[in-house]
Design a protein around this ligand. Structure first.
Ligand code: C5P
Length: 238
């Protein structure tokens, strides 16, 4: 592990703030960022568009293996996601897509197909990876694993605030219900269920701002990197 590219794994349920906190953290450290949920959403979206049943393991596994996806920075600095050359960034954010993602994510061939794609994001000087199984399965040797949580109400409200500007029909009660269903599916599945790695540090963001959550993880990282005598690279010194 010495000399390996460092990874900060951030796992947690939907709406815990992983995406925003992870992105800010990566920016502060000057590291790469992997939003692994986007890969599952891409498979979900492609399956819906092609009319592939969301329980057809064989076809969905093949779809995940052959998926032609690309990521680039848009003019506003935001991440854009391309599926077969088409910008699908907006389509991926929808709750329909999230639900499809959580269905296909329960299938072993899909998870297996996405494993190497996720590991390919580990490049110098470091990677902040967010998802459900970053610390348990994809990067089990990550020197820092964080499990980000928040109350379900706080998570639903965050999702509502994200979506309401874009979707006039958005409804808090429906989001709360959908989150509960997705939490149950993500935690109960037999493969890579959502759960903290034994060596993860839990950070509850219910009462934290994004900046506070980022500061807390940066402090954890500095403590960890300091103890290691700096062999994780110079990330975290900024
Ligand atoms: O993080 P996000 O909400 O975009 O993820 C969408 C769905 O993808 C999750 O509900 C989960 O089922 C699945 N997922 C996963 N493993 C990951 C990331 C996401 O199973 N590492």
């Amino acid at each position: 592990m010495e000399g390996a590219v460092p990874v900060i794994a951030i796992d947690g349920p939907s709406g815990s703030g992983k995406g925003t906190v992870g992105r800010f953290l990566a920016r502060r450290l000057g590291w790469h960022f992997l939003d692994s949920g986007l890969l599952y959403r891409l498979v979900g979206l492609a399956a819906l568009r092609r009319g592939i049943p969301l329980d057809d393991e064989e076809r969905l596994g093949a779809l995940a293996r052959s998926l032609e996806a690309a990521f680039r920075e848009g003019p506003d600095g935001e991440l854009q996601v391309l599926l077969e050359g088409e910008d699908v960034t907006e389509a991926l954010r929808g709750e329909g897509c999230a639900a499809a993602a959580s269905r296909v994510a329960a299938l072993p061939p899909v998870r297996q197909a996405l494993l190497e794609r996720q590991r390919a994001f580990r490049r110098p000087p470091g990677l902040v990876a967010d998802g459900r199984d970053m610390g348990t399965v994809v990067f089990p040797d990550a020197p820092l694993k964080v499990f980000l949580t928040a109350s379900r109400e706080a998570r639903a409200r965050r999702r509502y605030n994200q979506l309401k500007g874009k979707d006039a029909g958005v409804n808090l009660a429906a989001i709360l219900e959908e989150l509960a269903e997705r939490d149950a599916r993500d935690s109960a599945r037999s493969i890579s269920p959502l759960r903290p790695a034994p060596d993860a540090v839990t950070v509850d963001t219910t009462a934290l701002t994004v900046d506070e959550a980022v500061a807390r993880i940066l402090a954890l990282w500095r403590e960890r990197a300091g103890k290691d005598g700096g062999s994780f690279g110079k990330g975290g010194s900024s």
